[in-house]
Structure formats: structure tokens, C-alpha cells
Design a protein. Structure first.
Length: 69
């Protein structure tokens, strides 16, 4: 985890925000389930607030999806 040193309150439904983060983490874990050619790595990061916005990112080492035209 690479989290911002400052935590401020976020306006929103706590349960729904938790569910979104859990879904992103679970999707990342599933995307890496078949990896054998590189380490499985899941990174959760946040940035300090900018105005009234907070950035939280979940990144995995999975293969990703094929872009569609």
C-alpha cells in the first residue's frame, strides 16, 4: 500500500465505498490468478486531497483486457 499521509473525511456511504474498494481488489486478484511469468503484485495507493477530491487507485499485474474498437 502506498497511502497519502493525510486522511480527511470523505462524504459518501461508508458501506458502498467499502464495497467498491473490495470489488476492485477482488477483480485484481482474479486477474492475476493465472500468472506464472511474473510476480503477482497488487498496489493500493491514494493521493493527498486536491480541493474536494480524493484519489484512490488499485493496480494489479494482471494481463488486462483487450481493447475494443
Amino acid at each position: 500500500m502506498n497511502l497519502a499521509p493525510v486522511f480527511l473525511p470523505v462524504l459518501g456511504d461508508r458501506v458502498q465505498l467499502q464495497q467498491v474498494l473490495i470489488n476492485l481488489v477482488m477483480n485484481g486478484l482474479e486477474a492475476m490468478a493465472g500468472l506464472e511469468d511474473r510476480p503477482r503484485e497488487l498496489v493500493i495507493r491514494s493521493r493527498p486531497p486536491e480541493g474536494d477530491r480524493v484519489l484512490v487507485a488499485v493496480e494489479d499485474a494482471g494481463v488486462g483486457s483487450t481493447p475494443t474498437a
